[in-house]
Design a protein around this ligand. Sequence first.
Ligand code: XMP
Length: 523
Amino acid sequence: MTDALHSEKFLILDYGSQYTQIIARRIRESGSYCEIHPWSMEDQAIRAFQPLGIILSGGHRSVYDAGAPDLRPAILDLGVPVLGICYGMHLLTRACGGQVHPSDKREYGGAEIRAEGPSWPPSSLFSGWLGTSGHRVWMSHGDHVAQVPPGFAVVAVSQGGLVAAFASTSRPIFGVQFHPEVDHTENGADLIDRFVRQVCGAHGLWTATGFIEHEIAAIRAQVGSDHVVLGLSGGVDSAVTAALAHRALGEQLTCIFVDNGLLRLHEGEEVMATFARHMGVKVLSIRAQDRFLGRLVGVSDPEKKRRIIGHTFIEVFEEEAGKISGVRWLAQGTIYPDVIESAGGKTGVATNIKSHHNVGGLPERMGLKLLEPLRELFKDEVRRVGLELGLPGEMIFRHPFPGPGLGVRILGEVKKEFADILRQADHIYMEELHQSGHYQKIAQAFAVFLPVKSVGVMGDGRTYEYVVALRAVATRDYMTADWYPMPLELLKKISNRIINEVQGINRVTYDITSKPPGTIEWE
Ligand code: XMP
């Protein structure tokens, strides 16, 4: 793409590091567009990409392993600035004539580095970033640079005396042994920002406003006068897709919102209020509670419940979409992390369809083309675009809600009675989190219905009622998570309210399990 928004772009080559996506997020935060590609990207494709700069990620291999990922010749031939991180640095070392050795001991975790040499560093990447006293960084490596290549100078060393950073004295080529992209590296984002803006001279063209203008034009050009259908889930990604597509297409867009009976309290009304009444988007609200709940009778296996809910959604969506005449496109809230397969650091898998926009197979069956206007964005960018499009903050900063909804938060068999009880308890929990200001500090919070009865006492009598568990976690990536240290006074208030206000619950517990070993959801 050669439009203004994408005219300055960075190429990140992925060598398998768990942090590769974070590098991309840092570059975006510096206001530049970037893409992650597998290290095996062909030379021709690298040249055609026309990067303003290239970053080589870390990786868990040793450059001397048989079959280890290597450095494509185009990377150095292009003459654009290159920053190698960890494994990327080792590849640069070898390619430019230096030496990499295995270390006796692996450096993992926090470390301190300092600038090396009184007159160094002169390069714009490191000057002023590194002091001569300790600078805190995050290390994760076995091999190390034993000898920098000819024409390169050591810029920083670790406490153990190992090379922590180097730079070519004649070309804009840099290597860092540590990971500037992670939060644990002091001012690490600043180092990447310097690479982007100072070394490569990027102008910060990647903005939410620029993206919106560009996408509106692109959607109009793609869709022409066709009609588009979109499944609104109440989640951030589909909401922002709807707002953007509506801005571009107006009446040519129809959204379908399916109430599966497993939504949070007032969720349906809120979606209709925001989109239909406030923004004037055409939304069909489909009440399909009975169909979903009917199919779930007698089913208690979580994966089976997920499948039933997913299939029923597709069925309902397909029926409703089929009633709209002239539909040629299906808009989806696919975002960049869905496009790149992050697990194991492998990238380039571009056909992943989100489970909670689960319309698998539907585009083919209905002969619909896919419109995915957010597929270049990270979640934080989606949020910025959503706010700029005028979506309410409460919708943009909502915790994630799984596609099967309360279906996986009612343990075992799902019953309407259980869903009604859970909805009320969950609503009280959310209300109190919002009121106390804790909601935004938590990544995900929800209540879980446990279909067991325990004894209690209320007034003069004994009760024998169900249990609700409260869950709240802090996490950035949802792959690992810590249980949230909820203030005891707040827990007390929430528990009192649930027991007093929700009929059918006489016991509330708080989940203090982190992930791993627990998962975030209970099923
Ligand atoms: P776990 O429970 O695996 O959850 O630690 C990680 C994140 O994924 C969400 N999740 C789901 N999202 N469909 C979804 O759309 C699902 O079936 C599903 N299961 C878990 C979970 O809420 C958390 O954010």
